[in-house]
Design a protein around this ligand. Sequence first.
Ligand code: TEU
Length: 586
Amino acid sequence: MSMPSRLCMVHSKIHMKDFWKDRIAYQIYPRSFQASGINNGHGDIPGIIFRLPELKDLGIGIIWLSPVYKSPDADNGYDISNYYSIDSKYGTMADMERLFAEAAKRDIKIIMDLVINHTSDEHDWFQKSRDPSSPYRDFYIWHPGKTAPNGKSMPPNNWRGFFMNEVWEFDEKSGEYYLHLFDKKQPDLNYKNPNVIKEIKNILRFWLDKGAAGFRCDVINIIYKTSLEDGKKSMAVQGIEHYKSQEGNHEILRELRRDVLDKYDCFTVGETVMVDIDEAKLLCDKSRRELDMLFYFEHLEIDRRIARFIPKKFRASKLLEVLAKWQQSLEWNAIYLENHDQPRIVSHFGAGTCSRDGRPHKYWARSAKMLAVLELTLRGTPFIFQGQEIGMTNFDYKSLDKVNDVESHSLNKLMKKMHIPGFLRWTWIKASSRDNARTPMQWDSGENSGFCKAKPWLDINSNYKYINYASQKDDPSSVLNFYKTMIALRQNNECLKYGGFFPVFADKRLMIYQRRLGKEGMAGAVYTIALNFSSRKAKIPKKAAAVLAGELVISNAEKFIGKSAQWGAALSNRILLPWEGVVFKN
Ligand code: TEU
């Protein structure tokens, strides 16, 4: 890395020890990444090792590995039955140790997925806790039911879960209910029990000693239930006010940090559901020593009503407003547009539709690249989800029987109860299903897209013939090579890495913002980014166009690649092409 000027020196000194601020992260959903034949039709750890060269070539410095632990897969691994073991469908502990070693050889760090709000109901702890006299009883949240006027037993309170589900399951064996905010096979742990926290510390130490560089912490702001009182009536997750970002939760995060994490060179990124700015500031404030960064959801729900199932109109101005709020409120952000729970961003915010035979939209590639410009010019650590770098789109399934995700089926059940007609249910599920992100990786146009030899666990998107890694690898104008170019640009640019974020202008489809490094009035660097989120040309208002001056650094509009002068000329009439994204050095 080049010697930064004095001004950046201060900045860099601050960041130098936080390795994660200087790297690009990549999320792997092992089930759908690469099969090596251990378990036909299913991705595995040797498959990940096989593809490390591709990740190194892309410029990745951190891998977030979604769960590979022993699990009955009620929620695809987010229901763990043994934290100290690798599920045989992914391989062995020896394979996992080899992955750590092979990644380290390429200076790629690996963070594990820490799923500790709940375990699987097949975890030994839960099996034992079903016996009221067991010392494990208090590892979970058991409660006697209420008696209804008709004498029938009722759940202890009126909470509703994240899968639009009931949250209390009656257990015949112990005559009481246990709490599960997700699926009933995912009972919540009781964080008022110090023995539970002791066990979590052992798990952290085990994986850090194995070579993990930190953790992505699953729903880490809902682990402490202050009370089990009824919740205020709500269409979304009813009762959340009694367990979201509670004081007890903050104390536990500080304890885990003090007693374990601070003894290792590692970092944590928390998935924090329904978190707001004030909570996030407390969770990420460096002096409080809780989380290093967190994933919030607000930017991906700007075109959704009531959580994320019912669509509403997309407005670039709303997206800029939300991004600016988070970019300017937190010292450091975790940046993402996709993950294993979200629809593909080129289908969500871009031109990601495909024709019947799978042929992508004429602006598919350019819009995928524009979204790369967005993600890689925001302040924070970027997380790229597998397949995002080649512009993979939402699935092309025709019916719900093709969908595997527990949340989509739970949503369908609820909407049926609400008498929502089938076509509408399918329309909403198709747009929001988590399986949109989970279709097998499209490595080439051969058998099963090069993902596996046998029938894949989830159908491959039929557009893999057009959208795949192999066809993009050596194509200079491909989405893949544009991601490589943007990553290289960012990694060699202190301003795009550490500069402040400043919104400039936005309307329903146009967004302009700046990144600035260095103090006001002092020599520093300024970059301006302009993005068009529509298939129509966008006119930039005079007052906003003033900032689009200086040297063109990059444009995703094919014909302008490497030809800044002509672009300058084009800008003279203040026009951004459909789905165009540009970066200017002022
Ligand atoms: O997701 C938490 C979560 O809230 C998601 O279910 C979310 O509501 C939705 O899917 C995205 O808006 C985490 C994991 O990422 C998810 O895969 C698990 O299903 C869930 O926790 C339970 O572990």
